[in-house]
Design a protein around this ligand. Structure first.
Ligand code: ADP
Length: 266
């Protein structure tokens, strides 16, 4: 083959691009391998406990109190497994662009109230106060279930990483004409800048030390972005964490008018 002109520069560029791509593939495969091994570990822990307790109970000879304890551990660990599998499925759906949203108008205050109701008991165990500061009549454009998932995850983290007796603020206000600003703020242990960078990694961070998948924040962020919104995390070690979510404002969907007999034709 005769090559006209001097293509050495282009070929050099191409070679370095291919080289870069190869390095990226190796890097992402490494992340995947780490992820799979960490997830397997996360799945194995509850499974081991379920297996252990079921064998113990099958062998019999336990009084009703011990039997009940065993059963409740099996049930709790099964819930944990279901939660983990759901997170993995959500994460993979998001990455394959297969997450479908069922968009409507979601009341911001009502949403945060629901989150507080859901986490009330858990917060109460640590004497943590969940405080709501929400403007009336704010509606955001979104999938109610998915937005609930986002704010449950953020608030659950806030409860997990906050000290006894502290307060967590959940707020909603109009940021401007088009956007609502919703915040979950705690005064907990905070996240170090280095860890925060890893947490913010578009892919995922896996922190097996914490006994979680590290998928929660990644899923939340991607769900918010899928809604056309943004999510920002600010955190200071020992001071606390503030997660701000911006979502598009929308009009409430009017309740369907109840059709009286007079409105029926004929
Ligand atoms: P996990 O299921 O592991 O908690 P997340 O993605 O929800 O996954 O959180 C990732 C990590 O970020 C946590 O393990 C924790 O180290 C840190 N983190 C998240 N939220 C907070 C918070 N409010 N305060 C302190 N650390 C947090």
């Amino acid at each position: 083959i005769r090559i006209k002109g001097d293509y050495r520069y282009e070929i050099g560029e191409l070679a370095s691009t291919l080289n870069y791509m190869a390095q990226e593939i190796v890097r992402s495969n490494q992340i995947k391998d780490d992820f799979i091994s960490s997830i397997s570990h996360e799945l194995r822990t509850p499974l081991t406990s379920i297996k252990g307790w079921s064998e113990t109970l099958i062998s019999g000879g336990y009084d009703p109190e011990e039997t009940k304890l065993g059963m409740s551990i099996i049930s709790k660990e099964s819930d944990r497994l279901i939660g983990l599998v759901e997170e993995i499925l959500d994460f993979s759906k998001l990455h394959q662009n297969e997450m479908k949203l069922s968009i409507g108008a979601v009341g911001a205050k009502e949403l945060l109230q629901e989150i507080i109701l859901n986490l009330w008991a858990k917060a109460e165990k640590k004497s943590i106060r969940l405080v709501l500061e929400a403007e009336e009549g704010i509606y955001v454009r979104g999938d109610a279930n998915r937005l609930k998932q986002v704010f449950l995850n953020l608030t659950d983290n806030a409860v997990k990483f906050s000290p006894e007796g502290s307060s967590i603020l959940l707020s909603a206000r109009r940021a401007d004409e088009t956007e609502a600003e919703m915040v979950v703020q705690d005064s907990g242990i905070g996240i170090s800048p280095d860890h925060l960078n890893r947490v913010k990694d578009r892919f995922f961070q896996v922190d097996s030390l914490n006994g979680g998948t590290g998928l929660g924040l990644a899923i939340s962020q991607q769900l918010v972005e899928l809604h056309g919104g943004t999510m920002e995390i600010e955190s200071e070690l020992g001071k606390g964490t503030r997660v701000t979510v911006y979502l598009q404002l929308t009009e409430p969907i009017p309740a369907p008018e109840t059709a009286g007999p007079e409105s029926l034709p004929g």
